[in-house]
Design a protein around this ligand. Sequence first.
Ligand SMILES: Nc1ncnc2c1ncn2[C@@H]1O[C@H](COP(=O)(O)OP(=O)(O)O)[C@@H](O)[C@H]1O
Ligand SMILES: O=C(O)[C@@H](O)C(=O)COP(=O)(O)O
Length: 422
Amino acid sequence: MPLLGCIADDFTGATDLAAMLVGNGMRTVLMLGRPKAATESPKADAVVVALKSRTTPAAQAVSDSLDALTWLRAAGARQIVFKYCSTFDSTAQGNIGPVADALAEALETDFALVCPAFPANGRTVYQGHLFVGDHLLNESGMRDHPLTPMRDASVVRLLAAQTPHRVGLIALPVVEAGVPAIDEALRALRATGVRYGVIDALTDDHLRTIGAAAAGHRLITGGSGVAMGLPENFRRQGLLPFRDDSASLPKVDGGAAVLVGSCSQATRQQVAQARPHLPTLILDPLATPEAGALMAIARAWIDAQPAGAPLMIVGSAAPEAVAALQKRLGAGPAGALIETVLAGLAEDLVERGIRSLVVAGGETSGAVVSRLGITSLRVGAEIAPGVPWTLADHPAGPLRLALKSGNFGSATFFLEALGLPL
Ligand SMILES: Nc1ncnc2c1ncn2[C@@H]1O[C@H](COP(=O)(O)OP(=O)(O)O)[C@@H](O)[C@H]1O
Ligand SMILES: O=C(O)[C@@H](O)C(=O)COP(=O)(O)O
């Protein structure tokens, strides 16, 4: 019976969180999409349900999240984590606020922490402001995200625009003063009717303290960083044994491919580094803005590549090219076009014997995994912080998948993932 139940708003975010839990000694199963009511509870210490609810209409995101919550509670989860992006990816309407509101109400709690910090990947929160490396969120590449452009760095303000409830701040000195000081600050916030406490965190030590302070919380919201300290709470209660076997996965034979849908600066750098080492197709959706025709071009290219050699297919582009396609098709349809094409190509590649797929982009990963009909993943060791290899059952045989958040990984990530010389 799982101790911890998690609801992630996209698929890469779910693998990130699962990697964090595995790395901290919890056996973790990842369920892709809303589990059917009759789905048996997996034998795991933690279950992460991966939704594609970050950019769906808010009502859909709420209903999917509530369904996941119902299933997780029936499975026995004692505490719930709502995982969103460490860059707080959302729009002015949601979906973080509406989903958090609905989960809090269903769990009958009047308070939840809001902790997007993930220092291992450069996300820190100070005075409630989110930094990506040494830039404020709104001055980072997230400013130009195709679906969720982030134009403010104040997490308090961003969340306040998405919920009718009050949002407060637990500032760094309180976190540094330790668990009793955090408890005291939370009591004070609750007493004034604050529903959400954005909490500062700059280091893993801060996250572990925050995790300890959240031991009794029914609902915790944040990036994967906030989960770092949670396994220890269960260990302290004698509910979780020490485990050191959580990350090993069996070997998988077959070819490898990289599919890129993320337009983030980090991913575009990774493409630039990998391109000289990998046969690469850069899709041109502006020239061919139709899924069937774009796929036909890509299929012909795939068929012309040497059998067994790893390859890379790139749908993403620089901000000007993204803006041009969005102007022509609309932002939603432009994103859907690239997602549809990459997901269709993933299916083709698996048919052609590819067994390891590296997919860059959260929405893109969701589209690929859904198209492949995969419903659960075993989570293995990390290639880079927040990006583990995972193993999936597929009718063609076991598949290795690395679902990479657009922003994660060093410039050589694709080469590292494929085991190519750097
Ligand atoms: N050339 C392009 N023009 C417009 N949208 C694109 C282009 N390439 C990719 N996209 C879309 O951008 C979105 C990127 O989001 P996502 O896959 O979640 O990446 P990230 O992890 O960086 O957020 C996807 O919907 C993808 O289809
Ligand atoms: O928290 C994070 O940064 C990631 O886990 C995440 O959610 C990734 O989202 P994408 O950047 O859309 O892949």
